[in-house]
Design a protein around this ligand. Structure first.
Ligand code: SAH
Length: 197
């Protein structure tokens, strides 16, 4: 019974995630792209994400194939996962609103692309990836299954380390010194420590 409740909660959170994304994806479809990163790397990393954050959790929700790798997390741990997901979804909405038409699923620069440095982007350069770290940690806690839980965080870790450096290079190539200055004031996913000189 407990397992079913967590499966329903997980699906509900996932539906909210998709619902937040859909309008931004529609805007994205209408935009003119002027610069694109290596498509093969992009497709590979998105495939990884789909396997780890979608396919494996769906197998856990709808089949019993992964029962052999079940973990026995206490309920409070799984509820902590739910709480982290809710916080991460609120953050996700705010980030999407702030990034607006500059968002894209793969690395791209659009016509009229603006460098956003406000709101969630004021202290860190990659709030959406920070949000994804939270989401994948929550996935481990909620699902309580070695394979379906860890697949998300492992897939996202590979995605993150394959993408973040290339993304910053692309941003420097587009915004030049403005992005270099922005990098000096911000951290990737944690705010930069300010040192008193
Ligand atoms: N890395 C960011 C954005 C992820 S969406 C984050 O984690 O929040 C990926 C797209 O966002 C990239 O194609 C890039 O063109 C764009 N992007 C990244 N940082 C940006 C910024 N500060 N302002 C505007 N666009 C940005």
């Amino acid at each position: 019974m407990i397992e079913i409740i967590f499966k329903i909660l997980f699906v509900a959170l996932f539906i909210i995630y998709i619902t937040i994304r859909v309008p931004f994806d529609k805007t994205y479809q209408r935009q003119e792209i002027i610069k694109k990163a290596n498509l093969l790397k992009e497709k590979f990393s998105l495939l990884l994400i789909s396997l780890g954050l979608l396919l494996m959790p769906l197998l856990w929700v709808f089949t019993s194939y992964l029962n052999f790798s079940k973990m026995e997390f206490p309920i409070w741990v799984r509820l902590t996962g739910i709480a982290i997901s809710i916080v991460s979804l609120l953050y996700f909405y705010r980030i999407h609103k702030t990034l607006g038409a500059n968002w894209s699923p793969t690395l791209e620069i659009k016509k009229g692309h603006q460098l956003i440095k406000t709101g969630p982007y004021k202290t860190i350069r990659h709030p959406m990836y920070a949000q994804m770290w939270l989401w994948t940690i929550a996935q481990v806690l909620i699902i309580s299954n070695v394979i379906a839980g860890l697949s998300g965080i492992i897939a996202f870790a590979i995605f993150y380390f394959m993408r973040v450096g290339r993304e910053e290079k692309m941003m420097i190539g587009t915004f030049g010194d403005e992005y270099v200055e922005y990098m000096k004031l911000t951290g990737r996913v944690f705010p930069k420590c300010k040192r008193n000189v």
